[in-house]
Design a binder for this molecule. Structure first.
Ligand SMILES: C[S@@+](CC[C@H](N)C(=O)[O-])C[C@H]1O[C@@H](n2cnc3c(N)ncnc32)[C@H](O)[C@@H]1O
Length: 236
């Protein structure tokens, strides 16, 4: 699980280019930006530096852009039912701490409308609703969980079945590509999250541009992703 600092930098560059104003939270594994007023920079559609038009990264290999989506789909359909177990095993449970921290950093207020893209089995959605219910005593916040893979999303749906959040219409699910959220209107959400998902997307610039579009002015973009540790001992 080697980290990619250049990827995070590219996300940040794309985010700024798309009209996000950095609010500085650029730590080891997460970045967050708040959306500028509509009078801010116009969105730009540009590829990140260092990646050609026709190839992209897939894990540690380079593949044709048009192959990546299929390869990613195959990986996640294959592991969907075991994904949560695998995540715990591969990270020794640490991903839970990162995700808890991520939601604490968001510190959602009552009534927050969140979209969680590449939401998979619902780890971020679950923590968000848990936080708003138990810390804010709020039953009006909502989360829209979007994932390109129906198998992963299906596991997420199972997790929320019979919960009070489901009964209270605080969560909904959509199969969809983060690069093209055409079923969502502009300026809809207070917060946009993407956790361990952006590296799986073929065109990061399109993901960021769509995030910008669906966020309300002042809305917050948060990305949790692997990154490079700079301390010499830890980085080895
Ligand atoms: C490593 S999982 C992360 C799941 C969850 N966010 C988490 O933190 O546990 C990556 C997810 O990204 C989804 N994904 C990949 N490409 C996507 C895209 N272009 N749009 C939406 N989801 C995508 C995959 O289907 C998969 O569910």
């Amino acid at each position: 699980m080697r980290a990619s600092q250049s990827l995070i930098k590219r996300i940040a560059q794309s985010a700024v280019g798309s009209g996000f104003r950095g609010v500085g939270k650029f730590s080891t594994g997460s970045i967050s930006y708040s959306k500028a007023d509509q009078t801010g920079n116009a969105a730009r559609d540009q590829a990140g530096p260092g990646i050609s038009e026709s190839t992209t990264h897939f894990g540690f290999t380079t593949v044709q852009e048009n192959m990546k989506e299929k390869l990613v789909a195959k990986v996640f359909s294959g592991v969907a039912s075991k994904y949560d177990l695998m995540n715990d095993a591969m990270s020794a449970g640490i991903h839970r701490l990162w995700k808890d921290y991520f939601i604490r950093k968001m510190a959602p207020q009552p009534g927050t409308k969140l979209i969680d893209v590449a939401g998979g089995t619902g780890d971020i959605a679950y923590r968000f609703l848990n936080y708003t219910s138990n810390i804010c005593n709020d039953n009006t916040s909502t989360v829209h969980l979007v994932d390109i893979n129906a198998d992963m999303l299906g596991e997420g749906q199972k997790r929320f079945e019979n919960t009070h959040w489901m009964k209270n219409n605080q969560i909904k699910f959509n199969v969809g590509n983060g690069e093209d959220l055409n079923f969502i209107e502009d300026n809809t959400y207070d917060a946009y999250t993407i956790s361990f998902g952006i590296r799986n997307c073929t065109h990061v610039d399109r993901v960021v541009k769509e995030a910008y579009r669906v966020l309300k002015p002042g809305g917050v973009f948060m990305c949790l992703e692997f990154s490079k540790v700079n301390y010499p001992v830890l980085s080895e």
